[in-house]
Design a protein around this ligand. Sequence first.
Ligand code: C5P
Length: 218
Amino acid sequence: MTPAGAHPAGPIIAVDGPTASGKGTIARQLAAHFGLPYLDTGLLYRAVGYQLAQNGGDASRADDALAACRFDDALLAHPDLRLESTGALASQISAHPQVRAALLARQVDFANQVGGAVLDGRDIGTVIAPHADAKLFVTARPDVRAQRRYSEMTQRGVPVRYEEILADIRARDARDTGRKDAPLCQAPDAMLLDNSDMSREQALAAAIAFVTSKLHSA
Ligand code: C5P
């Protein structure tokens, strides 16, 4: 049942934030909690970045990046999309307006599907679903995000240096917030969820409480 006050086709929940902020985990858990389908839009950009590398393309060239938007959907399940190197490529190709335009309809259609949806990314609350019923901007201090990513990678046995991860996070933040087209920014009506000093459980509880209040408000 669509909660009172929610979008007629079903509630839309937009989760945005910088890299390694925990937005993906929160979005996935919100989708499970509210029984909604979930789209990690970063995966689409990662698929383009990966396809570009496969094509031998140059990430700084808009035509190479646009050609890479024609990827096979099976690629979305490829484990290499999760690599840091793929994330860095995704961040580069995502700055081309042609790439953002090519990926737009797919995301808009997902957001507006009957029954509602949860999407996470950088521009969900600002561009993809400005009419979303509940918007969250999930973030944490760069040093906290770098420390979390460092712990996660070393636990997986990946040899990394904390300083390199922090530098990568800062570079990605600068690219994502500095680009002209759909830059990463908090929508004016989004709840700021800075989880720097919160446990995962506390962050999720705050997110659920906020979304519940939005979906039930007139
Ligand atoms: O969220 P994730 O780290 O997987 O995203 C990879 C990159 O894709 C981001 O750094 C960002 O540049 C780009 N992206 C975007 N818009 C989105 C989702 C991701 O520009 N909605």
